[in-house]
Design a protein around this ligand. Structure first.
Ligand code: GDP
Ligand code: MG
Length: 163
């Protein structure tokens, strides 16, 4: 039995960095296809002895017009409903933003299972944002650093029961 994990969060929180870390060289890029695959990138992830499918909501980064919020919402809702578990990422150096709160609401209502991660947690600049993340009502955040690999053990322990 395997499961599908979606990486969810506003642009620039570090989703693609984590996607690349989880997928490594097995990255399967799906570009220029209609529908969901245009906006969502899928790969086969490996984390210690776990194998699972990971979805990066990659298309969001390219949208800068006024429809961003509506588009984010629609995409997120689709992804959330497709998957077994969502990893909701915030940028611990920025703290919780209004967009993060929108995502948190969607996840609370629609996701089967949510794991919360405060990314960019290496160093002191992340402490305030980490503490703010508790206010999202999604449980205790993982102190993650997608770039440096910190917090991957904790992520493993939260994913293991789903395998
Ligand atoms: P996405 O838009 O959510 O996919 O975010 P990206 O993965 O593209 O990352 C956005 C920026 O944050 C890039 O410059 C990354 O190098 C940086 N980044 C990602 N993870 C970390 C991290 O753990 N720590 C720090 N300091 N920067 C990070
Ligand atoms: Mg990205």
């Amino acid at each position: 039995m395997s499961f599908t994990l979606a990486l969810v969060g506003r642009p620039n929180v570090g989703k693609s960095t984590l996607f690349n870390r989880l997928v490594g060289k097995k990255l399967a890029l799906v570009d220029d296809q209609p529908g969901v695959t245009r906006d969502l990138r899928e790969g086969e992830a490996r984390l210690q002895n776990l194998r699972f499918t990971v979805i990066d909501t990659a298309g969001l980064e390219n949208v800068t017009d006024d429809s961003l919020q509506g588009r984010m919402r629609r995409l997120t809702e689709r992804a959330v409903e497709m998957v077994d578990v969502c990893l909701f990422m915030i940028d611990a150096r920025v703290g919780v933003t209004p967009a993060d709160e929108i995502f948190a609401d969607i996840l609370r209502r629609r996701a089967r299972h949510v794991i919360l991660a405060a990314n960019k947690s290496e160093g002191n600049a992340a402490e305030g944002g980490y503490l703010e993340a508790f206010s999202l009502g999604l449980g205790e955040p993982i102190r993650l650093s997608a770039e440096h690999g910190a917090g991957m053990d904790e992520l493993y322990h939260q994913l293991m029961p789903l395998a």
